[in-house]
Write a new protein. Structure first.
Length: 275
């Protein structure tokens, strides 16, 4: 009897290896980005943050595929995210451009870190009740991609950080604030990745890889920058009347307004087709 209880307690204390390996790899990439930026290797630092994004996308999927999800894994993932996508992009940008702005520079970096921490906390607490088709506020990896992408583009094209310090501060602050807004962003979690697609879809995917490979820094920065703009556009388009709750603050009632307006538009489109 005691052996059975000890085995059960041993299982509860155990940690699944495979998904946490990917999380650790993402954490290492974020830490490496900070160290690389301290040595003025900004391209390597920016690329490391994008690599961390790949590992962050894999750990959760691997956990679900292998049935190795756990509370520890979820907490570890959040801790790794605040380093890889909060601290790392802010410090990389600070070392690249914001340091020349003095107090304004480190305040801009702090706004980004604080926004990322608040975004993760809100996501974790609303995980069970939020609409899985949409993110509430810009996801922290996407915000990190904008900041890191700007550093990557500037470094690759020989732009000195001091020359774009003001613009870099605005981008960093805006990315940080977008994370704590109520703007809706497509999560793409409703995409059926296991379903069959036409040959044309595969061709488009191949062409997309080719385009990214030609100018990866510029293309990736442009994609995530446009994605960041899609949130305000999507929200404004799908609400009857824009309110403060649609932008920031508690939006429990505004969620219903957002969804009801979408249903109204669908019904109107259906009626038009029938007519």
């Amino acid at each position: 009897m005691s052996n059975d209880s000890s085995n059960a307690s041993g299982k509860s204390r155990g940690i699944y290896l495979l998904p946490n390996l990917f999380t650790t790899a993402g954490l290492f990439s974020g830490f490496y980005a900070i160290v690389a930026s301290m040595n003025d290797r900004f391209i390597e630092a920016a690329v490391a943050i994008f690599i961390a994004m790949v590992f962050d996308g894999l750990d959760g999927r691997v956990a679900r595929m292998t049935n190795t999800e756990s509370d520890f894994g979820a907490e570890f993932d959040s801790m790794a995210d605040i380093v890889s996508f909060g601290m790392a992009p802010a410090l990389v940008m600070y070392n690249y451009a914001l340091a020349d702005l003095g107090k304004i520079g480190w305040l801009a970096a702090f706004i980004f870190v604080a926004g990322g921490a608040l975004r993760l906390a809100r996501f974790n607490t609303n995980l069970g009740s939020s609409d899985k088709k949409f993110f509430q506020g810009l996801a922290i990896p996407s915000a990190a991609a904008i900041v890191a992408g700007l550093v990557w583009v500037g470094s690759e094209y020989g732009v000195e950080g001091s020359d774009i310090a003001g613009f870099a501060a605005v981008v960093t602050i805006c990315a940080g604030l977008l994370m704590v807004t109520n703007f809706r962003y497509h999560s793409f979690k409703d995409v059926d990745w296991k379903g069959k697609v036409s040959f044309l879809v595969i061709l488009v995917i191949v062409l997309a890889f080719v385009i990214v490979a030609t100018q990866p820094s510029l293309v990736l920065f442009s994609i995530f920058f446009l994605y960041a703009l899609s949130g305000p556009v999507l929200t404004i388009k799908n609400v009857k009347k824009l309110k403060l709750g649609h932008v920031v603050g508690d939006d429990d009632d505004d969620d219903a307004d957002f969804n009801d307006n979408k249903e109204t538009k669908k019904e109107a489109e259906k009626t038009e087709k029938e007519d």
